[in-house]
Write a protein that binds this ligand. Structure first.
Ligand SMILES: Cc1cc2nc3c(=O)[nH]c(=O)nc-3n(C[C@H](O)[C@H](O)[C@H](O)COP(=O)(O)O)c2cc1C
Length: 321
């Protein structure tokens, strides 16, 4: 019998969505994802650690899906302090966020705001790699303003023993709009001396297959919004078919356990409601009457009302079976 090799699929960090509750609930209901990069933790002044920042990364809550913690920082001493605390918790790889596009972050020269400054990145890598006990990977965009910034970044990245480089081939100023630049990604793949992970707009099986055949040397594939909209996507990619049995019931059970998980985490139904409304911005995209559903869910003014609306949505739909 031919052996089927599992593709290395990674859950993307999506702050406000892919926290430990989501990661664990996802793992209880779906297959195909090998690991996650967790949403970023920001380093803070004075080499202090805020216990609340580490809550999502408590080892006991991260057994189901292996997670790589991610740090947003431009200060090597703060980075080392936070990274070594995470290594002491048992994490072997730490990811450095060089992609965050939000102007508030980028203007402070963090995330994608560092990309026009390869000299600063160079100094940061030099210092942190001497100071941390685990390995370091990075998640980057092509640049902040232009993909040309990569020309100066790649020689810097190549000077250091990075575990891997995750590339989302957009610029920071693009935010999440426009197209991914696959030509620029190919150039990164050719020139980077590290294992490279592809990330960006993997929304369906056909798109994945196209990317996989175009970039056979990629070592991993990171899925974000596409997986939120269709949590079966990793299974489809692994099994190379869009045919999944019992989708409606499986999705409903997943949804209900997500609500239960957030009800345990948050100290009030309002927070659970807000979080679930956030998820529906993605879930709704996979329903034929998604706009209408979203309208009703947005209007729900209590968790009880939300449950009624969602129950009616699940009752009334025959989207997959
Ligand atoms: C709501 C939201 C939150 C995000 N949070 C993070 C984050 O904490 N760290 C990070 O590196 N990227 C973050 N990203 C970017 C995603 O990880 C990913 O790079 C991007 O969405 C492209 O991949 P996709 O098209 O598969 O979603 C975030 C994106 C969104 C939409």
């Amino acid at each position: 019998m031919a052996t089927v090799t599992m593709k290395h699929l990674i859950l993307a960090p999506l702050r406000g969505f892919t926290d430990a509750v989501f990661r664990n609930t996802f793992q209880d209901h779906f297959h195909g994802i090998r690991e996650a990069v967790a949403p970023f933790v920001t380093s803070i002044k004075g080499q202090r650690i805020k216990p609340s920042h580490l809550k999502d990364l408590a080892p006991a809550d991260n057994r189901a899906m292996p997670a790589v913690p991610q740090i947003l920082s431009n200060n090597p001493d703060e980075f080392i302090c936070l990274a070594n605390t995470l290594v002491d918790l048992g994490y072997q790889e730490i990811n450095w966020n060089l992609g965050c596009p939000f102007p508030m972050v980028a203007k402070k020269m963090r995330g994608s705001g560092l990309l026009p400054h390869p000299d600063m990145i160079d100094r940061m890598l030099d210092k942190t790699l001497h100071g941390i006990s685990g390995s370091l990977s990075i998640k980057t965009r092509l640049g902040r303003f232009s993909g040309d910034e990569m020309d100066r970044l790649i020689p810097v990245f190549n000077r250091y023993p990075l575990a891997r480089v995750i590339v989302h081939p957009r610029t920071g100023v693009q935010m999440y709009t426009g197209n991914v630049d696959l030509k620029a990604f190919q150039a990164c793949l050719t020139r980077l001396s590290h294992p490279v992970v592809y990330n960006g707009d993997i929304n369906d099986l056909a798109k994945f297959q196209l990317l996989e055949s175009g970039f056979p040397t990629v070592t991993g594939w990171m899925l974000g919004r596409g997986l939120l909209a269709n949590p079966f996507l990793a299974e489809m990619i692994q099994s190379q078919t869009r045919m999944i049995n019992h989708r409606n019931t499986r999705f409903e059970e997943f949804h209900d356990n997500l609500v239960a998980g957030y009800s345990r985490l948050f100290s009030g139904p309002g927070h659970v409601l807000d979080r679930m409304k956030g998820f529906w911005r993605y879930f709704a995209a996979d329903f034929p009457d998604g706009r209408q559903i979203m309208k009703q869910i947005r209007k729900a003014d209590s968790l009880d009302r939300y449950r009624q609306v969602v129950a009616a949505v699940f009752d009334g739909q025959d989207r997959w079976e």
